[in-house]
Design a protein. Structure first.
Length: 421
């Protein structure tokens, strides 16, 4: 049985990560004292297209495994057989780099009222990095897998659990063959331990939980992972079928062998009774101004509002900015790189007078789905979407409301700012 007993070793891991990331991240509150969790320390992280490793969030539940990369292997099982050493992965297959916006599925959990359990993320658990590795499609085709045929790929992590559960996640084989990587570098450097060294599955545009760290087995299956599906001892299905499911308070999520759609928003609209967290919902965050200090105004200057927006497998169509707490909205400009699965930069030049303002951003994806304004109360469920709300859910997953991410800024004349210093 999976439990949330406190894990003393998380404290040592967090302290080591904070030292290594030199102030770029800060610890996030975990009610269970079970998870190793740090998130971006400053809002300005979200004004840049590339997130430095030092500012990239970290989240995992089990201890970082002791690694001997020379001895590490990734087993290929199920409808495929084989084993890959790290030398095989790095040398025998093409080297590909992808830009990927990784967001924890629990990002925004701390914005739920009442609070749900565990990690109380605000908006700090999202980042955009370059990941370099071997295409999963090249590896599987080299081992005889020619088509997806409705099958699934289950990745199993090598992180040790103090319970009897395996960290196993399934994604459609079609997605794996299309654009996924077994990554061994991050932003051009060796993959850090806390990010999955020596090898991590990268699933572009999908929530972080699908991007399994410390991969030790890839299994081609006819179904998602369910109880007893793996040729291993222990509990197999918890992280696929119980955790990371979106459901109202007190509901027991039904186990499914397969689903017709992996679009998280489409599932929320009714395609799946208790949705799975696969591709990321449309989302945006203002990076600057940060609200940390007054913004000095020259008579003719405009304030440059910048941030990032993303939408999982879908493209961001537009971003709007409000400078009056949501009363009125203006179109922002999208600019910079436009890679699939990666966030877009936006900017808006705001001519304003001195005063205090609440800035908000809301993004809309190419399918016309726009961020809702707030998170509903626990009594609402799918009807919340019709009321411009994201449904409160027991796990606090996939939230993308824009009001909780707003920033209050003070604008002052330049001479006033100097006199206050």
């Amino acid at each position: 049985m999976v439990t949330e007993r406190p894990r003393e070793s998380r404290r040592e891991e967090i302290d080591a990560i904070l030292r290594a990331k030199t102030g770029g991240v800060t610890e996030t509150r975990d009610e269970a004292d079970k998870y190793t969790v740090v998130g971006a320390a400053r809002r300005r992280t979200f004004a840049n297209w590339l997130t430095p490793v030092e500012e990239h969030f970290v989240c995992h539940r089990n201890d970082i495994p002791d690694i001997d990369a020379d001895a590490w292997t990734v087993s290929l099982t199920g409808h495929v057989e084989g084993a890959l050493s790290m030398a095989d992965i790095t040398d025998a297959y093409p080297t590909v780099a992808v830009a990927h916006t990784m967001e924890c599925a629990g990002n925004g959990r701390g914005q739920h009222r009442p609070e749900t359990g565990s990690v109380q993320w605000g908006f700090e658990a999202a980042a955009n990095a370059f990941w370099t590795g071997a295409p999963v499609g090249s590896i599987l085709r080299d081992h005889g897998v020619e088509s997806a045929a409705g099958r699934w790929l289950t990745a199993i992590g090598g992180d040790p659990s103090d319970d009897d559960d395996l960290f196993a996640r399934s994604i459609p084989l079609a997605k794996a063959l299309d654009d996924c990587l077994l990554a061994y570098e991050m932003n051009g450097e060796q993959l850090p331990r806390e990010h999955g060294y020596p090898v991590r599955l990268i699933v572009p545009g999908w929530y972080g939980v699908n991007n399994v760290k410390w991969v030790e087995e890839l299994r081609v299956m006819d179904t998602m992972v369910v109880d007893g599906a793996l040729e291993r001892a222990g509990e197999h299905a918890f992280w696929q079928q119980d955790a990371y499911r979106i459901h109202p308070e007190g509901a027991a999520a039904e186990m499914n062998e397969t689903v017709e759609t992996v679009d998280t928003w489409e599932q929320l609209e009714g395609a799946v009774e208790h949705p799975y967290t696969f591709d990321a919902n449309v989302m945006s965050v203002i990076g600057t101004p940060s609200g940390e200090s007054p913004v000095p105004l020259e008579t003719t200057d405009a304030v440059d509002i910048r941030g990032v927006a993303w939408a999982g497998d879908d493209a961001v169509d537009r971003v709007e900015i409000s400078t009056d707490g949501g009363e009125t909205w203006n179109a922002a400009e999208l600019f910079g790189p436009a890679y699939a699965g990666s966030w877009r930069l936006f900017r808006y030049e705001w001519v304003a007078e001195p005063g205090e303002y609440v800035l908000l951003s809301r993004a809309t994806d190419e399918l016309g789905r726009r961020q809702p304004s707030r998170i509903s109360g626990p009594d609402a469920w799918r009807d919340a979407l019709d009321d411009d709300e994201f449904p409160w859910n027991e796990g606090g997953y996939a939230a993308n409301a824009y009001e909780p991410n707003g920033v209050t800024v003070e604008l002052v004349r330049s001479d006033e700012n100097r006199s206050s210093e």
